[in-house]
Write a protein that binds this ligand. Structure first.
Ligand code: NAP
Length: 312
């Protein structure tokens, strides 16, 4: 069922390309228009037929669109909002997919004309891949998509946006901006920082050579490296803009780390056992909530050995 006549995707990376596939596969829009910063990404989007039309400017892309989705890194939202504002159609809905909500609202809302509805959002779905080729239609299926409506948003516009997101397979929940940023600092932002740190530590440990780290990477480290391969621009912006919540959670993390460090030093096996039993229950809860698979090793198959060098 068609939810919008023309959807404009600004930014054509992982999230936008997944939306383009999901919207097209489910017939949710009459036309999908796209814009990305670089000529290279725009050319790729054209080549793979990601959207119906690719525009050289964001202003051109939003003209006549009844839904505009800002799918750029959080740090780019301000400039994009300023550029598109004079070209937005009366009655259009503007939403975003940024991983931080307070900073996006601060950057975008002041530019929005009174005749559009700006309804911030955030899909809790992603991979470590980026760019226009990385998207797939099922990325949002059974994932949460948080909307953080603003005071004065028209309930009908919110319901219409919610309808399209649900039609892409996601579960929608509404949340307050500040609460969103704290929840995400715990569930996503700080874990990413820890992964970046652990991979950084391994990199610095010259005693364990680079080759050994790669060769013997067991699941724990391997999973950290997957997370730490995420897009540097996006994650730089997340930490710069969700500073307070991340620093709050990091403080708590450091305290817990000291508690565990002490238990290890004191040989307090009971404490470690109880702690790990509690954390195991959290993992079970995530699987029961359908947010991950219980397949061993995260459902991965056996590793594929690297190709042997060709010999002439
Ligand atoms: P991505 O794959 O790295 O794509 C980012 C896109 O934004 C690229 O097409 C890039 O264009 C474009 N862009 C950057 N600056 C721009 C500008 N000034 N004007 C126009 N286009 C610009 O990123 P993504 O993973 O889709 O993330 C997009 C947003 O979704 C971010 O705000 C992120 O916080 C949020 N998010 C990401 C995830 C995730 O796991 N990846 C999950 C939920 C939400 P070029 O290719 O030409 O540089």
């Amino acid at each position: 069922m068609r939810h919008y006549d023309r959807v404009a995707l600004i930014g054509l990376g992982l999230i936008a390309s997944s939306m383009a596939h999901a919207i097209r596969d489910n017939g949710l829009a009459g036309e999908i228009v796209g814009h990305a910063k670089s000529a290279e990404t725009r050319a790729t989007a054209l080549e793979i037929g990601l959207v119906d039309r690719v525009c050289d400017t964001a202003a051109e892309a939003v003209a006549g669109a009844d839904l505009v989705v800002l799918c750029v890194p959080v740090g780019a939202m301000d400039a994009i909002a300023a550029e598109i504002a004079p070209h937005l159609a009366p009655g259009a809905t503007v939403t975003d997919v940024g991983s931080v909500k307070q900073a996006v609202v601060k950057a975008v809302a002041p530019h929005m004309p009174a005749h559009v509805q700006f309804i911030p959002g955030h899909p809790l779905a992603g991979t470590e891949h980026s760019g226009p080729r990385s998207g797939f239609a099922t990325l949002f299926v059974n994932r949460w998509w948080l909307l953080t409506p603003l005071e004065g948003n028209d309930p009908a516009a919110v319901a219409r946006l919610r309808g399209m997101i649900e039609a892409m397979g996601a579960n929608v929940e509404e949340m307050d901006l500040v609460h969103h940023d704290l929840v995400l600092a715990v569930t996503s932002h700080t874990p990413h920082l820890i992964a970046y740190t652990m991979v950084g530590v391994a990199d610095h440990m010259r005693r364990v050579t680079h080759e050994e780290v790669i060769k013997y990477s067991a699941s724990g480290f391997r999973d950290f490296t997957r997370i730490a391969a995420s897009d540097p621009t996006m994650w730089r912006d997340v930490f710069l803009t969700n500073k307070e919540a991340v620093l709050d959670v990091l403080g708590r993390f450091a305290e817990e780390l000291f508690v565990l460090q002490r238990a290890i030093r004191m040989g307090d096996g009971d404490m470690l056992f109880d702690y790990f039993t509690r954390t195991r229950a959290i993992r079970r809860g995530i699987i029961e909530a359908g947010q991950d698979t219980s397949a061993p090793d995260f459902g991965r198959g056996a590793p594929v050995p690297p190709p042997k060098p060709e010999t002439e």
